[in-house]
Design a binder for this molecule. Structure first.
Ligand SMILES: [Zn+2]
Ligand SMILES: [Zn+2]
Length: 240
């Protein structure tokens, strides 16, 4: 391999792994034994573990990230950029992940595309009732083999099974922390508010719902365009 085909600014062994931020759906395996994360865009049918390697979202057999494929893990440099995505109607129940970027990676203007990640922090919004969340419970949604989780407080969980933050972290291997973060929107699940409290307003969907969706896609596209520009510059001999 010639030097000009190497991944841009991708040292094999950085002294400290870069940190990135992303949103994902928190998942629990059907038997309740494993915690996972489902992406919100590219490769959203794949559930990753707390420490995992990116599979090609297009089902190709190659290591990610590859020069000729858009797959791999993506994360943003700033947590606020990831939090902004949770304004989008369909991402309201997504959690904010802080990840250590492991393995090969590419650094882009707004974020990173990389091979391996370790989730170190899972942040959720408040319970639908407005109280700080204390754990996670079944959202009523999911994909075959995996239930989606949403934040819940000890008042609203009632008799349903749930994982308090410490138990959730333990289920995830004990190497991450789970917390309630007020910068995220409260969950919009169908959790019934505790007795004596006003019901949370039902989320409305209007014509503007498409705008945050596009913003989320734009964040990913920006990373990809960035990448294509580098490839193009290399092919035309303008590598910097
Ligand atoms: Zn691929
Ligand atoms: Zn509650």
């Amino acid at each position: 391999m010639t030097p000009r085909l190497r991944l841009r600014r991708a040292p094999e062994r950085p002294e400290r792994p870069p940190v990135g931020y992303k949103i994902a759906h928190a998942m629990l395996s059907a038997d309740g034994s494993r915690v996972g994360f489902r992406g919100v865009s590219l490769g959203s049918d794949i559930v990753y573990g707390p420490i995992d390697e990116a599979e090609c979202a297009y089902g190709r057999r190659h290591r990610a990230p590859s020069r000729w494929c858009a797959c791999g893990f993506y994360a943003l440099h700033r947590d606020l950029d990831a939090i902004e995505l949770t304004c989008a109607t369909e991402y309201r129940n997504a959690v904010l992940l802080e990840v250590l970027v492991l393995g090969r990676y590419e650094r882009h203007e707004r974020g990173l595309r990389f091979e391996r990640q370790r989730v170190t922090r899972v942040a959720v919004g408040r319970c639908a009732c407005g109280l700080p969340a204390q754990g996670l419970t079944d959202s009523g949604e999911g994909i075959p083999g995996w239930r989606a989780l949403v934040s819940v407080c000890g008042e609203c969980v009632g008799h349903r099974p749930w994982l308090e933050f410490a138990a959730y972290a333990q289920r995830a291997g004990g190497r991450l922390v789970a917390v309630c973060d007020d910068r995220l929107p409260p969950t919009t699940s169908h959790v019934q508010p505790a007795a004596g409290t006003a019901p949370a307003p039902f989320p409305t969907v209007d014509d503007d719902a498409l705008v945050p969706q596009l913003a989320a896609e734009a964040a990913l596209l920006q990373a990809r365009l960035d990448w294509f520009q580098v490839q193009l510059a290399r092919l035309t001999g303008e590598a910097g």
